[in-house]
Ligand binder design. Structure first.
Ligand SMILES: [Zn+2]
Length: 68
């Protein structure tokens, strides 16, 4: 209780994954993503662009300046 650990969100299933103990992780564009199991990692590795949060000039605001 009350212990603050660094939790990452599995981008595939949305589960919270403890970064310290995560067995499955991968790097994409300089960012590390953590997964709850190998299946989620494999899904991500097949198509990282689909699951990684979009990095664009619009990050941090919701204007449509760079959406198509
Ligand atoms: Zn998962």
């Amino acid at each position: 209780m009350g212990v603050k650990t660094s939790m990452a969100k599995d981008p595939i299933c949305g589960m919270e994954v403890d970064e310290a103990t995560a067995k499955y992780k991968t790097e994409h564009k300089g960012k590390t993503y953590y997964f709850c199991n190998e299946s989620c990692k494999t899904t991500f590795d097949k198509n990282p662009a689909k699951f990684a949060p979009a990095q664009s000039c619009c990050s941090g605001h919701s204007d449509d300046c760079c959406t198509t």
